[in-house]
Design a protein around this ligand. Structure first.
Ligand code: IPE
Ligand code: IPE
Ligand code: MG
Length: 277
């Protein structure tokens, strides 16, 4: 499959040379700060959402240039229904338009678009556009772009639990065989990788219910830039910071004791035993 390289950043700057093993595979972005960005300019909040379209495309381009293979963009949360009808209607209609405007470029760049979210309340016309983009891009392999619209981490866990309970009740699933892998299979996008780098723009330091399960061990990066001011250069800066983090996943290395040799043990070396006290 030959893909077209996305346009370089207008400044001409190119991606930092990070070793492939230090590049986050899955980056999640909470695209926050649109409303405040617009209001600071004396504009209505929706103008901030409008300005965010170009940022999203620039960030996708930057992710492709760096070698990120999965990008999850939080566009509308299950809690965002609390906003005014006018803003919600704008965001839904605008999402539809962005998908329609950008799907050909995304397709040409080798991006596979996936919708991640909850069906109830979701606008049918937006779902239709999402499915069209999914179908058009289904064979692309450079980058998976998860468009998280009407997404909530708790809603996802509730929906997964409902499906698991149904399958257990009907005998398709044995409760005693449920593992973390089982749960992962019941998430909205069962193939989603764990999030390596979780970015939030807009200055707030919280995760606001985004990819709770998948981000359990994500590295967090908070940017003070509002989403419309964010671009691939700030994405790359976040990735450089990420590359220098030490991820331990609960493990530990004792740099001092490492060379002192361990007493060989038989059986489970972690089991409780009186002599260890
Ligand atoms: C993020 O920007 C976009 C959505 C939640 C849809 P906001 O609209 O939350 O903007 P702020 O955080 O109020 O500035
Ligand atoms: C998170 O931003 C949701 C999206 C960016 C889609 P919010 O603006 O809704 O989050 P809170 O309300 O500040 O936590
Ligand atoms: Mg916000």
């Amino acid at each position: 499959m030959t893909y077209i390289a996305p346009p370089v950043h207008p400044s001409g700057v190119t991606a930092p040379a990070l070793p492939a093993s230090s590049v986050p595979k899955h980056v999640a972005v909470v695209m926050d700060g649109n409303g405040r960005w617009a209001n600071r300019r004396g504009l209505p909040r929706i103008e901030g959402h409008r300005a965010g379209e170009a940022t999203l495309m620039d960030v996708v381009a930057g992710a492709l240039e760096l070698g990120v293979t999965e990008l999850s963009a939080y566009a509308f949360s299950t809690e965002n229904w609390k906003r005014s009808p006018a803003e919600v209607r704008f965001i839904m209609g605008f999402s539809r338009q962005v998908l329609r405007n950008q799907r050909d470029d995304l397709n040409a760049w080798g991006v596979r678009v996936r919708w991640v979210g909850r069906v109830p309340r979701m606008w049918k016309s937006v779902l239709k556009e999402l499915h069209a983009a999914e179908q058009l891009t289904q064979n692309n392999t450079k980058l998976t772009l998860n468009m998280c619209i009407n997404y909530g981490g708790r809603a996802e866990l509730v929906d997964a639990t409902t499906a698991i309970a149904q399958d257990a009740a009907s005998g398709r699933l044995k409760p005693s065989s449920i593992t973390e892998r089982t749960l992962a299979r019941y998430m909205y996008s069962p193939h989603m990788q764990d999030v390596d780098l979780f970015i939030r723009t807009g200055g707030e330091q919280r995760t606001s219910n985004f990819l709770m399960w998948q981000s359990a061990y994500a590295e967090l990066f908070f940017s003070d830039l509002a989403w419309p001011d964010f671009d691939r250069r700030e994405l790359w800066r976040a990735c450089e910071v990420y590359a220098h983090r030490e991820r331990r996943f609960g493990g530990a290395v004792d740099a001092v004791a490492a060379n002192q040799g361990e007493v060989p043990s038989t059986g489970d070396p972690y089991s409780e035993d009186e002599s260890a006290l």
